[in-house]
Ligand binder design. Structure first.
Ligand SMILES: [Fe+2]
Length: 247
């Protein structure tokens, strides 16, 4: 029994692809590449966490074929919200969990038990600019209004993450794997409310996605930092191989 993760499948079997770059290079036939890699490495008793940005579909009806693809992958599938997942209203997560019971689990304000670990998580949020650069490409400032808006979203996501940790703690769990869609820190930070919460609850690992393209792969923490291991699981970074989190 093993735990795997990957993020950013950005499926579009029946919806409009809004990122033209996702047709070439590493993205060419990526659905097929990931399906094949999953079938090779993931067994029916394993668990796969999909760390957000599942589909370009604007609602559930437009995601139907994307969900059929996900449900056809091996193992138990746990889904996290990404910034493009318009089908998923955070407040209606319980309804999604009822609708897909026994087939998919939607992780939001709740947790999923894996051995003696609780899998917890939320979408997260990070400030992505605009940043202002000097002549040598160094950041000399940023848009204060956007930063303020981002700070409010970070606060809301931290509250949702706390609900997830607390739901697991109430049920007696003390070991956690934490999932975010956004990276835990923005490119200016080495710590954030998300890293502090991971440390406070002693999460073993923090898995995140969202960063596409080589230029973005090092936007946030990777490796062990204050006792927590940070790992990027965006699909293009992993070349569509599921990332093994633990046995
Ligand atoms: Fe994203």
């Amino acid at each position: 029994m093993s735990l795997f993760a990957i993020g950013d499948l950005h499926l579009h079997f029946q919806s409009v692809l809004k990122a033209p770059g996702q047709q070439k290079g590493i993205w060419k036939n990526h659905e097929e590449a990931f399906r094949r890699a999953s079938e090779k490495r993931i067994g029916p008793e394993d668990t796969l966490v999909l760390a957000g940005d599942h589909s370009w579909g604007k609602d559930l009806a437009e995601c139907e074929q994307d969900f059929a693809y996900i449900m056809g992958l091996p193992g138990r599938k746990i889904l996290l919200r990404g910034n493009h997942d318009r089908f998923w209203d955070a407040k209606k997560t319980e309804k999604l969990n009822r609708q897909f019971e026994g087939r998919l689990f939607f992780l939001q304000n709740n947790y999923y038990a894996y051995r003696d670990y609780a899998l917890v998580g939320t979408k997260g949020y990070t400030f992505e600019g605009p940043f202002y650069l000097d002549g040598r490409g160094r950041i000399k400032g940023w848009d204060a209004e956007e930063k303020e808006r981002a700070d409010a979203l970070v606060e809301r996501e931290l509250e949702r993450l706390r609900l997830s940790f607390e739901a697991a703690s109430r049920d007696g769990y003390t070991k956690f794997i934490m999932f975010l869609h956004y990276p835990p820190t923005n490119i200016l930070e080495r710590k954030s409310g998300f890293t502090q919460m991971a440390e406070a609850y002693r999460a073993r690992q923090v898995i995140y996605a969202h960063c596409h393209g080589e230029a973005r792969f090092h936007d946030s923490l990777t490796g062990v930092y204050k006792g927590v291991e940070y790992r990027l699981a965006s699909g293009d970074f992993l070349a569509w191989q599921p990332l093994k989190i633990m046995d």
